[in-house]
Design a protein. Structure first.
Length: 211
């Protein structure tokens, strides 16, 4: 890019930061319909990692939309930009060695592929929080499905905007069949089994360090 001069070589790098923290950064990317359970599961996974002494950051799509993405709506281009910024912010955290939990509907394969590329594939774990539309709609945690059905909200995923299910998610959680606790345990167990992957090292390195 013209007239931009990055200074990556002058700033303290990821490896040094990870050494300070005694952990490795990774992004857990939670995708799924509104009301599927992304925030619920991610919040409990985060709590559990925190109790093991692992530094985390949960980036929730709704929270992000009140701040850095407050100028974005729900048309396709804005959604893509929402995901691009969420991925860039996640990348900053991962470069700091933080275990980052990013929750966003991220409705299309293309958007999630973009996020994976921005963050880097080896730092990206895709978690499909899967619940059928009718279950999400009956939960209607935020009252948004009712509004969408009443025509008060446009471009609502699952109603008048598409959701493309991940083809090969790293972790697939069916939240209508399993309890929150089961889903959380599945994520934690998957992290621990992640042989060779950074998330695995994160958990173990830290456990080894504890007295
Ligand atoms: P999202 O972040 O995907 O929009 P939320 O986490 O805000 O969804 O809401 C999910 C709702 O579904 C919550 O009310 C939660 O208690 C409920 N729920 C029921 N079973 C599960 C489960 N196994 N995992 C996650 N949420 C569940």
């Amino acid at each position: 890019m013209k007239n931009i001069h990055p200074v990556f070589d002058q700033i303290v790098g990821r490896a040094e930061k990870e050494k300070i923290l005694g952990q490795r950064g990774v992004v857990l990317w939670f995708t799924g319909l509104s009301g599927a359970g992304k925030t619920t599961v991610a919040a409990q996974v985060e709590r559990s990692l925190a109790s093991r002494g692992i530094l985390t950051q949960l980036l929730d799509g709704d929270n992000i939309r009140t701040g850095i993405n407050s100028n974005l709506g729900f048309i396709e281009d804005d959604r893509r930009e929402n995901i691009r910024r969420l991925a860039e912010v996640s990348r900053l955290f991962v470069q700091c060695g933080v275990v980052t939990l990013a929750c966003a509907i991220s409705p299309t394969l293309e958007m999630r592929a973009m996020a994976r590329q921005i963050i880097s594939p080896e730092d990206f774990i895709e978690i499909f929080i899967d619940s059928p539309l009718d279950v999400c709609e009956s939960r209607d945690v935020k009252g948004l499905y009712r509004k969408a059905r009443a025509g008060e909200m446009k471009h609502f995923t699952g109603i008048d905007a598409p959701f493309e299910a991940p083809l090969e998610p790293d972790i697939h959680l069916r939240t209508h069949e399993f309890s929150v606790g089961d889903c959380v345990r599945t994520v934690l167990a998957a992290l621990e089994r992640w042989g060779g992957r950074k998330a695995f090292e994160t958990v173990n390195k830290h456990e080894n360090r504890r007295p």
